[in-house]
Design a protein around this ligand. Structure first.
Ligand SMILES: Nc1ncnc2c1ncn2[C@@H]1O[C@H](COP(=O)(O)OP(=O)(O)O)[C@@H](O)[C@H]1O
Ligand SMILES: [Mg+2]
Length: 260
């Protein structure tokens, strides 16, 4: 059975990380969270960072998205060296070029679905009720399949719907890079599948570049490529290619062959 899709939408490198290290100081001791990670991600690619708890995945994601700085090494996002920018410029770059989705949805309880999704525009001082922002909001609401629920507040939504609002909010600015840290970690299997499907759709239909952090091979199997993270390093890169069935067996087999 062939389920391969043409990956002609995948383009030039949009993100490059060179020899990243990160050391956290804890009083007199320190933790080496990353020990020299290099990574290149092409525009339109869906990459999973997979590894056990404590392996350094979140640290790496935060450095790639400019939420934190490496101890050494460089991150270049869309031509800009994120790791060398001032705090102000790093914040601006992050707002303009990245979207984040976390394990906990981080929605604003008093705002409805549409208002939560509109937040990036509101924060930037743009009116989300008309013009381009309004069109983009409608578009992402369709993408994550929440049409009809625009006026619901988070407490009137299921966990899966809440996370889909968070995905829509991260996508509404059309970021060069979407970063998701265990976005299904707080959800049951079926609901997790809805979120992964929404990420996958954004990749296939909009050419969205995605980096997904997960400890779960079934989630990682949605990606075009899986980087196996262990002890602060990328141990192995597994090219899965773009597959419509998202079957985890090829990945699990490959991991077993590698003794992982
Ligand atoms: N802010 C921090 N201060 C100190 N140590 C940290 C901090 N964040 C992460 N660590 C440590 O760095 C290592 C990697 O953590 P993390 O990147 O969160 O891993 P993962 O996301 O794969 O579970 C762990 O040993 C963790 O305890
Ligand atoms: Mg983590």
């Amino acid at each position: 059975m062939t389920t391969g899709l043409p990956d002609s939408t995948i383009g030039q490198p949009i993100l490059e990380a060179h020899q990243l290290t990160k050391r956290y100081r804890l009083g007199a001791t320190s933790v080496e969270a990353l020990r020299g990670v290099s990574l290149s991600v092409r525009a339109g690619e869906f990459v999973a960072l997979m590894g056990p708890s404590g392996s350094g995945k979140s640290t790496l994601l935060h450095l790639l998205g400019g939420l934190d700085r490496p101890t050494s090494g460089e991150v270049i996002l869309d031509g800009e060296t994120v790791s060398r920018l001032s705090d102000d410029r790093a914040t601006r770059l992050r707002r303009e070029k990245t979207g984040f989705v976390f394990q906990f949805f981080n929605l604003i309880p008093l705002l409805d679905v549409r208002e939560n999704i509109a937040l990036p525009f509101t924060i930037a001082g743009q009116d989300p009720r008309s013009g381009e922002p309004a069109a983009r909001i409608r578009e992402v609401i369709e993408l994550v399949d929440l049409a009809g629920k625009e006026r619901h507040r988070p407490d009137q939504l299921s966990a899966g719907e809440q996370q889909r609002v968070a995905v829509a909010r991260a996508l509404v600015t059309r970021p060069a890079l979407l970063l998701a840290d265990e976005p299904t970690g707080n959800l049951d299997y079926t609901t997790g599948g809805e979120i992964l499907h929404a990420l996958w759709r954004s990749c296939v239909e909009r050419g969205q570049t995605i980096i997904l952090v997960t400890h779960d091979a079934k989630a990682a199997a949605y990606a075009d490529r899986v980087c196996v993270v262990q002890d602060g390093r990328i141990l192995e890169e597994i090219e899965l290619g773009r597959r419509e069935d998202h079957a985890a067996t090829p990945l699990i087999t490959r991991l077993a062959q590698l003794g992982l």
